[in-house]
Design a protein around this ligand. Structure first.
Ligand code: CA
Length: 465
């Protein structure tokens, strides 16, 4: 690093983009040539996980490098207190030019506005796909056009006008592909003449699992609204046909919205190339969490199950990352901040709870690298999706989940107790997590070990509740 200028950081985060809808992750349902360019020129992480699979909490974890019980955003009902330490504040203090453009979704007004950014322009709330209201440095105004294009245009404008003599960190946060999946004109007819394959677990009946799976309200056949599918179904369909029809309506719009993200990521990559920035810019593509794409018969996220837990994560930095590399080493959303600080040559604050991914990126994974991760979803039976609160541990081979059955006073949660339940999945034998083996005597020793690990991690991250 010594005799070299500090790298720029371009952090592109979409919203609810599952890794299994990206072609470099072997998607069976779409192609994303521009997102693949990042992986081809850098590293793809196959085991990147969020620590709480829901929008605002994951965003807070990324900015602070701290778990939700410590950064104050455990649920969608908690707003971010921008007076706390964040990666962008530290980078800005170090001389980086910092900007946030697009989705913030951590509350706004007063102490909830973004801080630590030289420039910010966000959606005041979730944001609209068409002609969105934006909130630029405290002033609201509507911008004509399509959100994904607008965020990219604003980002390119900001990059153009920046001081070219100092490094930048740009956080470019797409609203897409979040619900309600409204495509733009350019992509609205994509996939019209084809059927998108249904996933393996499309007809999951939630047997052999905790009651929590059965209770959740995020089913394709029952819980998608007319606003989601944007049409009335044809008459005379059987229940199974209707479910398939709804899935096609849902997944095609989801993929159309992603096609626009992919085009726009291509524009940004071209901009870096044309402006001689590609070599000195660490570019990251990720999403705040994963999503169920008809998997288990669901849409949405929240559960610790794989499709929701896993984040896409591709990082390119040609100076040090070998092109086309792939890792199975664990990476967590709380690790991102420390990675940026590490590459910027800035001391990492004690209170950050992740670990810099730099050695993994450079092919020198230390022997003591994390092989287990702690997860916690707090929003017990929140009104719309009814997923019970849970925490758990995932290792390379197993996942143990504890649905503890209480709201514990969390915002956005329902005070409706449930009998606590455990789930254990053998990820090698049962990658789709269809068969809970918690009560199988053959796994008794594994359960014991995983519980020890779960409580070790819980204590390590200082989650005492
Ligand atoms: Ca999200």
């Amino acid at each position: 690093m010594e005799n070299r200028k500090k790298p720029n950081v371009l952090f592109i985060m979409s919203d609810d983009h599952a890794a299994h809808a990206i072609s470099c992750y072997d998607s069976k349902i779409n192609e994303t040539p521009n997102l693949d360019r990042i992986a081809e020129g850098g590293m793809r992480f196959d085991n990147a996980f969020c620590t709480n699979s829901i929008c605002a909490p994951s965003r807070a974890a990324i900015l602070t490098g701290r778990y939700n019980h410590l950064n104050g955003v455990k649920t969608l009902g908690d707003e971010f207190d921008s007076r706390q330490q964040t990666v962008q504040k530290i980078m800005k203090d170090d001389g980086y030019q910092t900007a946030l453009i697009g989705k913030w979704h951590l509350g706004h007004g007063g102490i909830h506005d973004p801080s630590g950014f030289d420039y910010w322009n966000i959606f005041p709330n979730q944001g609209d796909y068409h002609d969105p209201m934006m909130y630029e440095m405290g002033i609201e105004k509507t911008i004509k056009g399509y959100a994904t294009d607008i965020i990219t245009d604003l980002s390119i404008d900001w990059l153009d006008q920046r001081d070219k003599d100092s490094p930048f960190m740009l956080m470019l946060h797409h609203k897409a592909p979040h619900r309600p999946w409204d495509p733009d004109e350019k992509h609205k007819h994509m996939y019209e003449d084809i059927d998108i394959p249904e996933p393996e677990t499309f007809n999951d009946d939630y047997s052999n699992r905790a009651q929590a799976a059965k209770e959740a309200k995020m089913r394709i056949d029952r819980d998608l609204t007319k606003r989601d599918v944007k049409a009335d179904p044809p008459k005379g369909l059987t229940d199974a046909e209707l479910k398939s029809w709804k899935y096609q309506r849902y997944i095609k719009d989801y993929l159309r919205v992603i096609a626009s993200v992919d085009d726009n990521v291509g524009r940004i990559l071209d901009y870096l190339d044309e402006n001689d920035l590609a070599e000195d810019t660490i570019i990251i593509y990720t999403s705040d969490q994963g999503f169920f794409l008809g998997d288990h018969g669901w849409f949405d996220k929240r559960f610790m199950y794989e499709e929701s837990l896993r984040m896409p994560l591709m990082i390119r930095y040609p100076r040090v990352i070998k092109p086309g590399s792939v890792t199975k080493d664990f990476a967590l959303n709380v690790d991102f901040s420390e990675t940026f600080l590490d590459y910027a040559g800035i001391e990492i604050p004690e209170e950050m709870q992740g670990r810099s991914l730099r050695p993994v990126l450079e092919g020198n994974t230390p022997d003591d690298w994390q092989t287990s991760m702690y997860y916690r979803y707090w929003e017990h039976l929140s009104l719309e999706h009814r997923v019970g609160a849970h925490y758990g541990v995932r290792t390379h081979d197993y996942k143990l989940i504890y649905y503890y059955g209480e709201a514990l006073g969390s915002a956005h949660a329902s005070d409706e107790p449930r009998t606590p339940e455990w789930e254990l999945f053998d990820l090698n034998k049962d990658p789709y997590e269809m068969n809970n083996v918690y009560d199988d005597p053959a796994y008794a020793e594994i359960v014991k070990e995983l519980k020890t690990e779960l409580y070790r991690l819980k204590e390590k991250v200082q989650d005492f509740e």
